[in-house]
Design a protein around this ligand. Structure first.
Ligand code: NAD
Length: 472
């Protein structure tokens, strides 16, 4: 009999079970960590332009309350299901723990294909969804803080903030009820590209260890590595762009309607412009077209970055994957049976729970900014610049030499919000990677980064639960 196909949530739980074997926590505690604490599913009507009504299904799942608020994106997709939202909520708890962001995990979803709705309808769906969350206390700066995910963006986050604010007048911190907002609505610089930038930092760190690369028969560093990216949305586009800027050769890009391939390397921005102009990445000058998106996953490359949706690499196509490193930019792109096949082939998998945590990390920075009601760098930038200038003036006086103006400018530059956000993100991703790698190296018999990442998460969540004790 063929083994039972695991659902997405069961897959995430199987990762926890695999990692839990390397810990000594009681099974009850592991179960408390594994299952979702609150599941809210509801339906509401949407009016179409011809006045007909459609009932849409929506969810918000809070996976773990060991830290408050809980946090996680909202997905608009026809494929949204309770199982998917539970899996994504659980991944958020582990993700936050791995990168030391002090939140529990949550996720939301509305089962609609956003491309089929007008902007006005999407606004009404978003506002109604928010109002339903308010009614049940599933949103608030100290309770549950959504963010963008697949199918949503800063635009929806602004509508959520406005709706929450309208229903909670005079709440001074209400703007912190959601992150990923436009800058003018309390967003933080660098949030839009944060997940893709975090993917880049994570891959960069992984490739910096010469001994790990030697095992994969690769040289250190990103320069010259061939890369395939599936999904040219927010995460995929930015990850591809930062990898390309660091010297990687983007040999293929895949979208839902097909893929393009050019062994000389594709210019990510030029492909994006072509997509905006023509509505598709296909027929990009100089590149070869492929009909299927999943074909691209099997192209020869050093690094494969699935950045679209879950369940893309299965036991069917895993044997054909030629990449030596898979950077999981999307959530859950590899099924559990596929993972076993890939690990046996010696593929290095940089797991989603670590690799795409850049978004929630910068969301955390946005939340902090909203609670402090001041832009990062506002109080310190000019002061820093003045102290650096004084230091340089003293240096020039003592040495009797003048520094070139360009060098002086770069040495005296005080940190802006974007500088601080990017530096905080880099620090977070590097630290977390080093921690996960050290766990993998220190446990006999542990061979993969995912298990190590889950051990890191279980340890931190378990300690939190144990210190909180049992109420009453
Ligand atoms: P998005 O909606 O901006 O982009 C997704 C892209 O994938 C779109 O361009 C879409 O056309 C494409 N796509 C859809 N189906 C595809 C298929 N079968 N093959 C190839 N391409 C396909 O979404 P996003 O925010 O970039 O999210 C992508 C993934 O990253 C999701 O798994 C999401 O959960 C995860 N993620 C996102 C964030 C974030 O900050 N946005 C953070 C963490 C994880």
């Amino acid at each position: 009999m063929a083994p039972k196909k695991l659902t997405f949530f069961e897959t995430v739980m199987s990762f926890v079970d695999k990692a839990a074997k390397f810990t000594s926590y009681p099974q009850a505690l592991i179960d408390q960590i594994k299952y979702c604490n609150s599941i809210y599913q509801f339906k509401f009507p949407v009016k179409h332009p011809d006045n007909t009504l459609e009932i849409v299904q929506a969810f918000r799942v809070e996976h773990s309350h060991h830290k408050m608020p809980v946090k996680g994106g909202i997905r608009y997709s026809e494929m949204v299901s309770e199982d998917e939202v539970k899996a994504l909520a659980a991944l958020m708890s582990y993700k936050c723990a791995i990168v030391d962001v002090p939140f529990g995990g949550a996720k939301g979803g509305v089962r609609i294909e956003p491309r089929k709705y007008t902007v006005d309808q999407l606004e009404r769906v978003t506002r109604r969804y928010t109002a339903e969350l308010v009614k049940k206390n599933f949103i608030g700066p100290g309770v549950d803080v959504p963010a963008p995910d697949y199918g949503t963006s800063a635009r929806e986050m602004a509508w959520i903030a406005d709706t929450y604010n309208a229903l909670n007048p005079n709440q001074i911190d209400s703007i912190a009820c959601v992150t990923g907002k436009p800058i003018a609505q309390g967003g933080v610089h660098g949030r839009t590209e944060a997940t893709g930038r975090g993917v880049y930092f994570g891959i960069h760190r992984a490739l910096s260890y010469a001994d790990d690369m030697k095992k994969l028969k690769l040289t250190r560093g990103i320069e010259g590595k061939t890369v395939v990216v599936q999904g040219l949305g927010n995460v995929g586009y930015h990850a591809a762009k930062f990898l390309q800027e660091a010297g990687a050769v983007i040999v293929a890009l895949a979208e839902y309607d097909g893929a393009i391939y050019d062994p000389r390397g594709l210019d990510v921005d030029a492909v994006q412009d072509h997509r905006v102009e023509t509505g598709s990445i296909k027929n990009f000058p100089g590149a070869k077209n492929f009909a299927g998106t999943t074909d691209a996953l099997e192209y020869k490359c050093d690094i494969l970055v699935p950045a679209a949706l879950e369940g893309q690499i299965t036991s069917k196509n895993a044997p054909n994957i030629k990449a030596k490193i898979i950077g999981e930019a999307a959530n859950g792109p590899i099924t559990a049976p596929a993972e076993e096949i890939l690990l046996q082939k010696g593929v290095m998998i940089i797991p989603d729970a670590f690799l795409n945590a850049g978004g929630v990390t910068v969301s955390y920075f946005e939340w902090l900014k909203n609670l402090s009601h001041v832009r990062f760098g506002r109080m310190s930038k000019r002061y820093e610049e003045a102290s650096h200038q004084n230091l340089l003036a003293a240096f020039e006086k003592v040495t009797g030499k003048k520094l070139p103006a360009e060098m002086k400018d770069s040495l005296t530059h005080g940190a802006d919000e974007i500088d601080l956000v990017n530096s905080g993100l880099e620090e977070t991703m590097y630290n977390a990677y080093d921690e996960v790698r050290a766990i993998m190296k220190s446990h006999k018999g542990m061979q993969d980064l995912r298990t190590a990442a889950f051990v890191s998460a279980i340890d931190k969540i378990a300690v939190s639960y144990m210190q909180l004790g049992i109420f009453p």
